[in-house]
Design a binder for this molecule. Sequence first.
Ligand SMILES: Nc1ncnc2c1ncn2[C@@H]1O[C@H](COP(=O)(O)OP(=O)(O)OP(=O)(O)O)[C@@H](O)[C@H]1O
Length: 365
Amino acid sequence: MARIEFRNLGHAYGPHPSAPSDFALQPMNMVWEDGGAYALLGPSGCGKSTLLNIISGLLTPSHGQVLFDGKDVTTTPTRGRNIAQVFQFPVLYDTMTVYDNLAFPLRNRKVPEKEVHQRVHEVAEILGMSHTLKQRASGMSADAKQKISLGRGLVRKDVSAILFDEPLTVIDPHLKWQLRRQLKQIHQQLKLTLIYVTHDQVEALTFADEVVVMTNGKIVQKGAPDALFERPDHTFVGYFIGSPGMNFYPVSVDAADERGIHIGSHRIELDPAQVSVLKRAQGTLQMGIRPEFIELAPAGSHGALEADIWNVQHLGTCQLVSGTVAGHPLKGKLAANAAVQPGRHWLRLARPETIFFCNDERIAR
Ligand SMILES: Nc1ncnc2c1ncn2[C@@H]1O[C@H](COP(=O)(O)OP(=O)(O)OP(=O)(O)O)[C@@H](O)[C@H]1O
């Protein structure tokens, strides 16, 4: 396994890039630690495949360097990088048995048959495929074939990293959940460097130790799943992670007011320390609060505003309320036993978990 480092690495598909929008991947410095389990999460077109293809060597970056354990591999082709890849759709030999498919990457590297036998059985056991080893791949379901592809990615112990590009797309939802857990276990047992590309936050958050969130060719945060939820560094992370995502409100400050801020024409009281951070910031200010942290509050109380709630949905463990506050949309997850019905209610929006952003970047929590 390897430590992978990007040094000022970026990529533009067209010639002579100048503006940030010319880059599919904005120049960045970044380290993927040896043995780390990473998820690369972002919407379609944000640059995930470009980044993965640069690591695997399918694409040479237009800017900067890629290093594996300190060695510059920027122009080294894929076969010289010792990378295993698992794609969205099964890549295997239909006419071969499951055993021979799993053994292929090892035999290709001239691994002794005894070791092949041991490793194939180990991986088949982990994936729950031991009973199918003698079957031909051709007659198997799409799920089973993709499991074989996963196995082919996992079978070699000597790879620098294993790259997964949305590997569970064709898998049935129940099996998806099982496989995600298996992949996590495999990582814990084997300590492989795994990079898992997905646009599905549940997949990313359950699989990875560290989630790397991308938008518009830029990494906006790299962190543990709970950090992304509790302390998003960027409004995009607040919006993209969570279900529903964070609520955002535009904020203005008044030089003479040390204890409050405004959302439109509505004043909300904050701690003076928070107000002073906002006053020093130069740029567009926003307040972000996750639906999970909103609570009912007494009329006119500290940190609260009056909201117009037009829908209450009982979800068993909580009540999902939808409405508006100060003319902006609001989603809140209130306690299952909270006394709430459609109508006007005071809600506490400024809480210890509330985040303030300036020009989309977190400046205070
Ligand atoms: N071969 C190419 N030539 C020109 N532009 C490209 C090429 N491949 C990708 N792009 C552009 O680069 C940007 C990033 O694309 P990329 O495929 O890396 O995103 P992605 O996050 O992997 O998206 P998806 O999840 O849809 O695969 C997009 O704007 C895309 O249109």
